[in-house]
Design a protein around this ligand. Structure first.
Ligand code: FEO
Length: 167
């Protein structure tokens, strides 16, 4: 049976992962409307991954005898202030999610729920990757500068293809 404090933290994370998916969908739609097909592709794929993360939390809570409540999601922004700012926002958002995952780890330890502690390690690892890929994109953007946005868009498109092949 799932510890109540742990369950509360996991259910709260359902909302955060689902909102992440919505946020990246909103970003993907914005990029697509600006003709940036590669950036849109990366963000659509990222939105799918976040939905998978949300489902992992839902399945786990229910499997352990808890109740995975499906929340409403806040409306994500409609407009973004350029590609650089958009990816800064992605990185900032992933750091926020990492902190939230770490907080769940702390609750697991406090409540001596070592099963959930073990289960959530996948997310601890995933957040390292999520932050690193957002940082890599920002580094690339800094290198190419806004003058070569076309090249950057092509580059990020191939990044996603490489990641999909690796999975
Ligand atoms: Fe599911 Fe990007 O955190």
């Amino acid at each position: 049976m799932l510890n109540k404090k742990v369950e509360k933290a996991l259910v709260a994370q359902i909302e955060k992962e689902g909102y992440s998916s919505h946020l990246y969908l909103a970003m993907a739609g914005w990029a697509e409307s600006k003709g940036m097909a590669g950036i849109a592709k990366w963000l659509y794929a990222q939105a799918d991954e976040e939905r998978e993360h949300m489902l992992k939390f839902i399945y786990y809570v229910n499997e352990r005898g808890g109740r995975a409540i499906i929340p409403g999601f806040e409306q994500p922004p409609v407009d973004f202030d350029g590609v650089q700012k958009l990816f800064e926002q992605v990185l900032e958002h992933e750091r926020y999610v990492s902190k939230s995952i770490n907080d769940i780890v702390a609750v697991c330890l406090e409540e001596k729920d070592f099963t959930t502690h073990n289960w959530i390690q996948w997310f601890v690892e995933e957040q390292i990757e999520e932050e690193a890929s957002a940082q890599t994109i920002l580094d690339k953007l800094n290198l190419v500068g806004n003058g070569s946005l076309y090249m950057f868009d092509r580059d990020i498109m191939s990044m996603r293809s490489a990641e999909d092949t690796a999975e």
